[in-house]
Design a protein around this ligand. Structure first.
Ligand code: CO
Length: 158
């Protein structure tokens, strides 16, 4: 019985998302800060058998980044371009590890004002270009329970 109601619950959630009522559609990716990108890729590609699907230098975020597929979502490995970048500072303070979580939205221009109205502090009041031509904005961990949170509107087809 509980399995059936679980399915119903998921079906309802899907229908709500399709209707635009749910703010976050899914987890798009988790971001992981790394010092050695090739060593990290070896871990995810070889040991975890994930497929590397994209590699890009994202100057606006000061990182060289890759995406690996896991189901509908991704792992995003981030190597800072320098010590004075956001990820570079994070690594110096915390060492390698989980950096942020990214939720996918249909319309980032509509979502950011909703979050601001809910009292969430936006690092980016306006979306900027993220990896693979996505549009992204970050929420301040001060107002998101200590979790650096990214909102991402994926480019069409992703
Ligand atoms: Co990200």
């Amino acid at each position: 019985m509980s399995e059936i109601s679980g399915d119903d619950e998921r079906e309802r959630a899907r229908a709500e998302y399709a209707g635009g009522d749910v703010m976050f559609g899914r987890i798009d990716h988790i971001g992981v800060a790394v010092e050695d990108l090739d060593a990290a890729i070896a871990l995810y590609e070889t040991s975890y058998e994930m497929e590397l699907v994209h590699r890009e230098t994202v100057e606006s975020q000061g990182v060289e980044a890759v995406l690996l597929d896991v189901g509908d979502g991704h792992v995003e490995l981030l190597r800072p371009l320098g010590p004075d970048t956001a990820v570079g500072k994070y690594l110096a303070k915390n060492g390698p590890g989980l950096h942020h979580v990214a939720y996918a939205v249909d319309d980032i221009d509509a979502t950011l004002p909703r979050l601001a109205a809910a009292g969430i502090e936006l690092i980016d009041a306006e979306p900027r270009v993220g990896i693979r031509d996505s549009r992204v904005a970050f929420l301040h961990p001060r107002s998101s329970g200590g979790v650096l949170t990214e909102i991402v509107e994926p480019a069409k087809g992703h």
